[in-house]
Write a protein that binds this ligand. Structure first.
Ligand code: ZN
Length: 570
């Protein structure tokens, strides 16, 4: 065999004695076969306290020059490479690979010598086998590099978090230039401050790109590079849509179903909250007819005379008075909270109070003064956070969180603050009064619009509300709209718009104006059965990935984690 030390130029002696114990040799050979790495033979194993050392050599007698492709048999020298491999039984594995340098005898080659590169696991200049690097990348993609480093070290692979990062950064995600149908949505770097864009391949069902902003320009540049794109499912934003229009290609735009329905629901909630007092009076009227035919309940309570009827405009005050009434009737706070559908803490708190204290902020924030400004701003894609600063300059006194909550209906549902939604199915107590908080009403209406079954009590709530013109119109319109959007008749949409065009309900009117502006895309929603649900899912995943990197992630790493994960794990 030619792997005997070169007589003339040997810089390293062969690691092993040539007289290997035959017993050891057999074990090693057996080992070598499970340790699959073509062209490499394990010749000895040394089991140390915290690591396993594998002594190995190439099985080939010759090597091919990587510079010119010439085969060579003439050994120049030997040296040892230390290469880390996947651990065995939790122990670190170190491959001590005795490699040879060969002379290149090709006169035209500009190299005199070259080193052999046996097998397909060990690459030039690398200190780790390919499978180990893949394992490191898998861990790095799923976890933060710090956590990955910890987890790997328990499995006998010791490396630092920055090594993991370096491995990740070496990956170049594919460009996916052949993509045809995409879903696009925005996500928040920092809520209300800066945003990015995520692009999903709707056929392969995985993310293919992440952009650092949600501007028209960057999306236009992206779509120009992807010439096969023929269908874009997007949210209702104008930026993406004008980017698509500006490149003058025949691209089908689809407005996303999820956002359309979400928008209607938020508008119903807002409508009810502005008319809450009317709803309350109706409920009480009904109850007094049933149980107290002569006297209205509120008149028997001295405390309530403090408040004039006109001042009872907000839900909080109404609830306070309801609690007081029930308390006078002898109900305990637990029963009151059940009856009214409010939190027990609130019921207990109100029971202990004589009068409802002012809100922490002394001013009732007059949102209606700023509605127009904010709505226009959102249409221009100005971040809610920026708009908040602007209206504060105009004299708005409220704080940020209620501001986000109030304008939630403008923000596509997932931007801005989202209050905990109340599950209508939770603890339905049939014998409570018809007066329940807005969140609960919204949840019930949501169920009803989506044609899920509702209980008798819930049906009663809708019946009470249906006595108001404003509600009936909005409710019927929403129901029809839901049917149209989930159905397959595009002609119904224009009929629906005409039917409600002259509505007196302002929020419904602005919704229809929005639909009109985006008519083609909304129509396509009905025609093509495509939802952005998968895109929304990946936005959620992106949030998790972003947070797992402790806010230190750059765009490049975020993109690798989101885009490469799919191809590495499938
Ligand atoms: Zn050569």
């Amino acid at each position: 065999m030619s792997d005997k030390p070169n007589k003339h130029k040997s810089t390293t002696k062969s690691l092993l004695n040539n007289t290997v114990d035959s017993n050891v040799f057999e074990i090693c050979n057996g080992f070598s076969s499970i340790y699959q790495s073509s062209d490499i033979r394990i010749e000895d194993v040394n089991n140390e306290e915290d690591s396993i050392l594998l002594y190995a050599r190439s099985t080939r007698t010759d090597a091919v020059c990587p510079y010119c492709g010439n085969k060579s048999h003439q050994v120049h020298s030997r040296y040892i490479r230390k290469i880390h491999d996947l651990s065995i039984l939790g122990k670190e594995v170190l491959l001590l690979l005795e490699l040879r340098k060969f002379f290149c005898k090709n006169i035209e080659c500009n190299k005199k010598t070259f080193a052999e590169q046996p097998g397909n696991e060990v690459f030039r200049y690398r200190r780790r086998t390919r499978r180990l690097e893949l394992s490191i990348i898998r861990n790095g993609l799923l976890l933060s590099s710090l956590n990955a480093s910890k987890l790997l070290s328990y499995n006998g692979i010791k490396l630092s978090s920055s090594t993991i990062l370096r491995n990740l950064h070496r990956i170049t995600p594919s460009n996916y230039t052949d993509v045809e149908k995409i879903g696009v949505d925005d996500w928040a770097w920092r809520k209300g401050v800066s945003y990015g864009t995520i692009i999903i391949d709707l056929l392969r069902r995985h993310p293919i790109d992440i952009l650092g902003d949600r501007e028209e320009d960057s999306f236009r540049r992206w779509i120009k590079c992807h010439e096969n794109v023929g269908l874009v499912s997007r949210d209702r934003s104008t930026e993406y849509s004008s980017a698509i229009t500006s490149i003058r290609r025949n691209i089908i735009e689809i407005a996303d179903k999820f956002h359309l329905i979400k928008n209607v629901q938020d508008r119903i909630g807002k409508l009810i909250s502005t008319h809450y007092a009317e709803y309350r009076n109706k409920v009480r009227e009904k109850e007094s007819k049933e149980t107290f035919p002569v006297n209205h309940v509120t008149e028997t309570i001295p405390n309530t005379k403090v408040y004039k009827k006109e001042t009872i405009v907000d839900q909080r005050m109404i609830m306070f008075r309801e609690v007081k009434e029930l308390q006078q009737k002898g109900f305990k706070s637990f029963a009151i909270s059940n009856k009214l559908g409010i939190a027990r803490q609130t019921a207990t708190k109100y029971c202990g109070m004589e009068e409802l204290p002012e809100r922490n902020s002394k001013f009732r924030n007059n949102y209606s003064l700023y509605d127009q400004h904010v709505e226009e701003g959102v249409a221009k894609r100005i971040a809610l956070r920026t708009l908040y600063t602007e209206i504060c300059g105009m004299g708005f006194k409220g704080s940020l969180t209620p501001f986000y909550d109030h304008y939630r209906y403008l923000s596509d549902g997932h931007r801005g603050f989202r209050s905990k939604s109340f599950k209508a199915s939770e603890k339905v107590v049939e014998d409570r009064s018809g007066l329940i908080p807005i969140k609960q009403i919204s949840a019930i209406i949501d169920k009803s619009i989506r044609k899920k079954s509702i209980s008798k009590f819930e049906n009663g709530i809708i019946n009470i509300l249906s006595e108001f013109d404003w509600f009936r119109q909005m409710y019927d319109a929403s129901k029809k709209f839901y049917n149209i959007i989930t159905g397959n008749n595009t002609n119904e949409l224009i009929k629906w718009m005409k039917e409600y065009w002259h509505t007196k309900v302002q929020t419904l009117k602005t919704f229809i104006i929005g639909i009109k502006r985006d008519y083609q895309a909304v129509k396509n929603t009905i025609r093509y059965n495509i939802t952005n649900g998968i895109t929304e899912g990946f936005v959620n995943k992106l949030k998790v990935v972003k947070r797992s990197m402790y806010g230190k992630a750059g765009l490049k790493l975020l993109k690798i984690k989101m885009v490469v994960q799919h191809s590495i794990f499938n």
